[in-house]
Ligand binder design. Sequence first.
Ligand SMILES: C[C@H](CCC(=O)NCCS(=O)(=O)O)[C@H]1CC[C@H]2[C@@H]3CC[C@@H]4C[C@H](O)CC[C@]4(C)[C@H]3C[C@H](O)[C@]12C
Length: 324
Amino acid sequence: MCTAATYKTKDFYFGRTLDYEFSYGEQIAVTPRNYPFHFRHMGDVAKHYAIIGMAHVAADYPLYYDAVNEKGVGMAGLNFVGNAYFPEVTEGKENVASFEFIPWVLGQCANMKEVRALLAKINITGTPFAENMPAASLHWIIADADEAVTVESMKDGLKIYDNPAGVMTNNPPFDQQMFLLNNYRGLSPRQPENHFSEKLPLECYSRGMGALGLPGDLSSASRFARVAFTKMNSVSGDSEEESVGQFFHILGSVEQQRGCCEVAEGKYEITIYTSCCNATKGIYYYTTYTNRQITAVDMHREDLDGSGLIHYPMLEKEQILRQN
Ligand SMILES: C[C@H](CCC(=O)NCCS(=O)(=O)O)[C@H]1CC[C@H]2[C@@H]3CC[C@@H]4C[C@H](O)CC[C@]4(C)[C@H]3C[C@H](O)[C@]12C
């Protein structure tokens, strides 16, 4: 399972957790403006916006999981198993393979208005990247500082939902996730009043009782409610440290500890990494399951007019600052 979220202070932040039982081997990849993209059905694009994000790099190609571009648009792919369906190449549409979707959008859109215009023409195909790499079952969240959408390609068509919560997890489909939030409309960060019965003297015996009933488990629908509650009620200062710190706390509300989600005998899903991009400034911050110190890669410290892919390994060794 995975969770994605957006967050706005002075700058716009975008990130996700990647939860799985094994890693595909991912790196922080910067695609400079002149890296040539050869789209399978859309031809070559020689020049585009620069992109930074987490990717599996194969044959010098960035298979992005989540990324932002230099204009402040962010995008992440999360599992959507059993629901994702990618049609064949369709005439009259812009056919983009699912693994190309992030570069296709982030390479040419400066804001959500342009993203929506692009999505109106798109057909996301299941064209595999390689024979041994079939298309992953994904859905996507795309956002800028002002708005977010969720994109779900399903048997009955391509859905583009407004995403006013600016969060996303996995199944069920997004309209159902949003509907389920209705169940929690009584929750609050403030202490609750006793509406149970006037005849019973029920008390607030602890802080935090306003959110009693917010689900604590790791299921996708529960993480959706929990991250939405945490994000919508989040309060922080707007400095870079305060914003990034708070963002990691928001996604910390849904992190997965090894042992709590068994997916096969002795195999556990864990939060492999958590990312927080400052989409405004092009800085990719991350922590990993084993390295809880925040590490950053800044796209603007690279030559963005270059043509070669730049990538950094994920630093996974725990860093402990010794105080004495
Ligand atoms: C496994 C991950 C989702 C984790 C998740 O959500 N786990 C919950 C399981 S569950 O929902 O609870 O069942 C997803 C998220 C992004 C994906 C890559 C995207 C690029 C590329 C696309 C190609 O087409 C196939 C290979 C490729 C490298 C993909 C591999 C893999 O698929 C990645 C890592």
